[in-house]
Structures are given as C-alpha cells and as structure tokens.
Design a protein around this ligand. Structure first.
Ligand code: NI
Ligand code: MN
Length: 226
C-alpha cells in the first residue's frame, strides 16, 4: 500500500489500485500550501467526523474526481444536500465490502458538529481490511477501551493515530492504544497544524521507540510504501 500525507489528518492510501482519501483538509492548512489539491486522486473519500479540519476540501474533491463519499448517515446527508449523490452511509459497528476491501466503522470518542452547525452524527474511526493488508484509521479520538475490540477481533498492520493532545490523544495515550490494538506500528496525525497541537516530533518518536513501538511521521507531500 502506498500512503501519501497531505497534512493534518489527511492521507491518501492506495489499496488494490483504488485511491482512498481520508479527512481532506488541505487548502486552509498553511503547512500544506505546497500540495496541489487539484491533482489529488480519489476513488473514495472517507470522512471520520464533521469538523472543518476533516471535511474542508471534501466536496470540491468529490465533485472533481467523482469519488464515492463514505461516512456516517448524517454527514452523508449533508454531502447529498450539496449536490453530491455518489455516497455510502454507514454507522458505528457496520462493515461494508467495497471493490478495494472492507470498511468497518468503529467508535471514536470525540464530537462531530458540521461547519454550518448541523449535526454530524457521531464521530467514527475506520478499520480497513484488504488483500494487500489492513489498517486502523482512528479519526479524532481519546484513548478508549473500545480499541481493545480492534486488537481482539481484527489484525491490523499499522494504525493512523492522533498524537497532538488538546483535542485528541497525546503521545503517551497513543502508545497505550498500540497495546489495545495489538499493533505497534503507528503513523502519527493531528499534530502541528494549530498552536494547540504543536508537538516535539523527535521527542514523540523517541517515546514510541522507548516503549518498543514505531512512530512514523511523514513529511507533507511524502509518499511511503507499507
Ligand atoms: Ni475533530
Ligand atoms: Mn480535528
């Protein structure tokens, strides 16, 4: 799987030849100013929750690419109301098989109001399983015991976890999460974008290493094969 980082919590993951884009927030992100949003490929756009820093470019990318937007029922309704019909509504606990693999929606402990103040339902994370490998995209979340369900019933090769503190888990909580998930390989997200979530990256990588885990922090625009 090829993974490209577009800043904040936005990643493109290529699975079985399909491009899956998570939580597009690029054009308002000063750190991602070198990303050409008009060139990002997407066959699917997965949205974890309704906050602006996860959804800002979703409609424009969906319109340009024709990508199918996958999220909870309330966010999909909001997307439909903006004229985008290629959508798939889901909710926590449900799994659906797409052409690249399956998507399971799992609990995230956070909030989810949409930018216009309408309800964004409940925040979610995603477990993606495919013939090329499996991973967990946590979205914005606190550390929660429900992550143990992922460790008990799924086998993931790596996880995307928030590490920026203030709105989500801090580094130490993400390290604890790896024990619940039973996977020590983590790609960090939701850090450095705003003043509240600035982190010391070297320190974070060292803390993971000292705990016997691996923290991968991609450069914005970087593509890594896992
Ligand atoms: Ni959020
Ligand atoms: Mn966020």
């Amino acid at each position: 799987m090829n993974i490209t980082y577009y800043g904040h919590s936005c990643f493109g993951v290529e699975v079985n030849g399909k491009h899956i884009l998570f939580d597009p927030y690029i054009t308002p992100n000063e750190l991602a100013k070198n990303i050409n949003v008009g060139k990002i490929k997407a066959d699917y756009i997965l949205i974890s929750h309704g906050h602006y820093d996860h959804i800002a470019d979703a409609i424009s990318i969906a319109k340009r690419t024709g990508a199918k937007v996958v999220s909870n029922f309330e966010i999909v309704t909001w997307v439909n109301n903006q004229g985008e019909e290629n959508t798939h509504p889901m909710n926590i606990g449900g799994t659906w098989k797409f052409d690249f693999g399956s998507v399971k929606c799992v609990l995230a402990v956070h909030s989810s109001t949409l930018p216009d103040g309408s309800t964004g339902g409940n925040p979610m994370g995603f477990v993606i399983e495919s013939s090329e490998g499996s991973f967990y995209y946590a979205g914005d979340t606190a550390l929660t015991y429900d992550m143990k369900l992922i460790g008990d019933y799924n086998k993931v090769d790596f996880s995307f976890l928030p590490i920026g503190d203030n709105f989500t888990m801090v580094v130490e909580s993400a390290i604890n999460a790896t024990g619940f998930i039973k996977c020590n390989k983590v790609i960090g997200m939701h850090y450095d974008t705003f003043g509240y979530i600035k982190i010391n990256k070297e320190d974070a990588v060292k803390k993971f290493k000292d705990a016997g885990c691996e923290l991968i922090l991609l450069e914005i625009g970087e593509t890594k094969s896992i």
